[in-house]
Design a protein around this ligand. Structure first.
Ligand code: ADP
Ligand code: ASP
Ligand code: MG
Length: 455
């Protein structure tokens, strides 16, 4: 069997639903199980609803819900078979009425709990899995939409749930496998539940991870990630117009890229696939004939650098302390403050009396800084970006840094790090320099590419 995951743009409209129905219909002999994201920008809309409630603006939350309902009814109903359209309409309208009631009972002007947020966000994928199954039915094959919360089990870390492998395997065997005999199962990505049935999510972009989880648990031959670009590219194609498609890359490279911001794959996706040695293929649902990018354990080494990723919205925290001089335990205390306020650190650089580190979440940074103030001078610098050059070949080849830094002549580089995997070199620049930096690096590394690795 194979797992086919379709992202938000691949299921956003009646036309998109018809397109993916055709794609799945053409692959029924490979026994597909389908994982889908919420339609289009639905999850952004659900996040906006939560924010509106939190600032006490019920009208704004209800307006977002109306837009979501309009979009779903307009695009989903034409995708259903004539005789099933009324049933789907009843289901959709019932769901939106239920959501309307939910929004009205949250206390206005208060933060939603993480559990409440996960429950609200889950509606996107709960709806899309039902809708996609209807579109498949109309296309002429049996499909059943299943609520992933019965089949994927996690702990209760809302918003970043941790998978329970054995419980998930058992739940899939009980609730999903029996349907696979005669139907294409359609499951929502991103969402799951605790063993007690409390709704959880894997964090934004997490549907890719859901697909890999299901693929690994069911021993899939391949996990296909269908999206809106031709595959993994040498840089974000929305920033670099002449980016090349990678024909093949390693799990390690894909993980580094995803971790450093290349949105095309959720960073957790590669782990389950690597563990069971299941290849991942990234494909374009608008151009299904394109061969995409194959991600495998070992990729050819004849290209030094495979891709450039970036992450915006990075804050540098500079911590200076004369007490650090020769003192053991200082770094432990420093990181303990970040740990206490659940803020993860991406990059670290030290000198004799200072430590600089970067974070991409600043919601608790004030508390961290207040705590550190007792032992050090702390300064934050917002508006930075991490740029990361990735390739397994970096490990074996001297001079990559020299090539990077000569390409960036005249640009201020704030921090540099060469990861222990030695398959990436990353550095921090001002956000305003980001486009220029990525373009210059792309020119330096990808002007003349190896045809075995790049399209
Ligand atoms: P989906 O909704 O299908 O999950 P995403 O928006 O999450 O799609 O991911 C696809 C997007 O990732 C592309 O439209 C592209 O702009 C962005 N992207 C960033 N870096 C890369 C890269 N190196 N290769 C391909 N796409 C990338
Ligand atoms: N719908 C979720 C999101 O937008 C998960 C996903 O699409 O992967 O983050
Ligand atoms: Mg995505």
């Amino acid at each position: 069997m194979i797992v086919m995951k379709f992202g938000g743009t691949s299921v956003e409209s009646a036309q998109a639903l018809e397109r993916i129905s055709g794609i799945v219909a053409g692959r029924l002999d490979r026994k597909p199980l389908v994982v889908v994201s919420a339609m289009g920008k639905t999850t952004d809309r659900l996040v906006a609803m939560a924010r509106a409630i939190e600032v006490g603006d019920l009208a704004a939350a209800l307006a977002e819900l109306n837009k979501m309902a309009d979009h779903h009814l307009r695009e989903a109903l034409p995708a259903a078979a004539d005789e099933r359209r009324a049933g789907l309409e009843t289901f959709l309208k019932g769901t939106f009425e239920h959501m309307d009631k939910m929004l009205r009972v949250y206390p206005l002007g208060q933060r939603l709990s993480a559990a409440e947020t996960d429950l609200l966000l889950s509606f996107g994928e709960r709806l899309s899995s039902t809708i996609v199954a209807e579109a498949f039915y109309r296309c002429g094959f049996h499909a059943v939409g299943l609520d992933s919360r019965t089949a994927i089990k996690t702990d209760a870390s809302h918003g970043a749930a941790q998978l329970l492998v054995d419980e998930t395997a058992a739940a899939l065997a009980e609730h999903v496998v029996p349907h696979m005999e005669h139907s294409v199962v359609v499951m929502g990505g991103f969402i799951a539940s605790t063993v007690d049935g409390v709704t959880t999510t894997f964090g934004r972009g997490g549907s890719d991870y859901s697909a890999a989880i299901v693929g690994a648990a069911l021993g899939a031959e391949e996990v296909q990630i269908w999206t809106d670009v031709d595959g993994v590219m040498t840089a974000d194609p929305s920033l670099v117009a002449d980016a090349h498609r990678l024909k093949i890359m390693s799990f390690g490279e894909a993980s580094e890229l995803a971790y450093f911001g290349a949105r095309v794959l959720h960073p957790a996706t590669m782990a389950p696939a690597l563990e069971k040695n299941i290849p991942i293929r990234v494909l374009n649902s608008r151009r299904p004939e394109n061969e995409g990018t194959l991600i495998v354990v070992e990729a050819p080494q004849n290209a030094l650098v495979k891709s450039i990723a970036y992450k915006e919205g990075i804050t540098i925290v500079d911590v200076r302390s004369t007490r650090m001089l020769m003192a053991h335990g200082y770094l432990a205390r420093l990181f303990a403050a970040f740990e206490r306020f659940k803020t993860s650190v991406d990059m670290v650089a030290t000198s004799e009396v200072s430590v600089s580190l970067t974070v991409d979440r600043t919601d608790r940074l004030d508390e961290i800084i207040a705590e550190l103030k007792g032992v050090a001078d702390v300064e934050r610098r917002d508006g930075n970006a991490i740029v990361c050059v990735v390739g397994d070949g970096i490990r074996y080849t001297p001079g990559v840094s020299a090539k990077i830094f000569s390409a960036l002549d005249g640009i201020l580089i704030e921090m540099v790090s060469v990861g222990a995997s030695r398959r990436n070199i990353s550095f921090v620049v001002d956000e305003n320099d980001l486009e220029e930096v990525v373009r210059r690096l792309h020119k330096a590394f990808f002007s003349d590419v190896d045809k075995e690795v790049f399209a």
